[in-house]
Design a protein around this ligand. Structure first.
Ligand code: SAM
Length: 231
């Protein structure tokens, strides 16, 4: 195979699942509310990286099984997934966002759509905020959702573990990095080396830690689900 053919194939096969299968699955997608449906369309048009439709559909069922009362999210962006979590579970959500502009947009969306009494937005780095929540004696969360800087998942997880109890479920989004985590052929120009290396380390870490039971699912951009067995 020539280098060019190899590159073309890898470009075509970037997605974890076949595009037409994803398109088919997403025909069954339903927004959690009309307002969240509109916010999704606005975020997609603006290329704000919110959870993918198929990931949302998967999480919707997972959350309805888990019935969480409290969720910690690292990576809030405009508040879309935080509001989705509250809408489908009624849970209280604490969400962390490093970018002050995004945090302000999330605060305005949360207020406008009426989720203000359920969602707490904390501005700062995921690890630092989780550490300070722990120091302040925050009650352990039922679900932790990690969806922020891809090369920092391990430190987000380590900080979040202090806010877990046996039974807490940790969900990490984008763990397959458009298939690049699985193979270097999906990064032909080597542009994503650091993220790939860090994500592979994270995958090793969460699948080998005896405190966790973990599975990696090729849904959306890859989602891992870990249950805390013991601490
Ligand atoms: C993929 S977006 C989150 C999308 C959101 N969960 C949703 O689905 O609606 C990731 C967000 O994480 C934020 N972020 C990046 N590094 C962070 C960090 N160290 N701590 C907290 N947030 C961070 C980014 O600014 C960005 O808004």
């Amino acid at each position: 195979m020539t280098k060019l053919t190899e590159q073309l194939i890898s470009e075509m096969e970037r997605n974890i699942t076949n595009d037409s299968v994803t398109e088919y699955i997403n025909r069954f997608y339903k927004p959690a509310s009309p307002e969240l449906g509109t916010l999704r369309l606005e975020a997609e048009a603006e290329k704000v990286p919110i959870i993918l439709r198929e990931t949302e559909s998967f999480l919707r069922v997972l959350l309805s099984i888990a019935e969480p009362e409290s969720i910690l999210e690292i990576g809030c962006a405009v508040g879309y997934s935080a509001m989705f979590f509250t809408e489908v579970t009624g849970a209280n959500v604490v969400t962390v966002e490093k970018d002050p502009i995004m945090a302000a947009r999330a605060a305005s969306n949360v207020k406008r759509l009426g989720y203000g009494d359920k969602i707490r937005i904390l501005e700062g780095d995921g690890e630092e905020v989780a550490d300070s929540l722990f120091e302040q004696g925050e009650t352990p969360f039922d679900i932790i959702f990690i969806d922020a800087a891809k090369s920092h998942y391990k430190r987000f997880l380590d900080a979040s573990l202090k806010l877990c109890r046996p039974g807490t479920v940790i969900i990490s989004d984008n763990v397959l990095l458009k298939a690049r985590t699985a193979s270097d052929i999906y990064d032909p120009m080597g542009r994503h080396k650091t993220n790939i290396k860090k994500m592979r380390e994270y995958m090793e870490y969460i699948t080998s830690d005896p405190r966790l039971e973990t599975t990696i699912i090729s849904c959306g951009d890859g989602v891992s689900v870990s249950k805390i067995k013991k601490l």
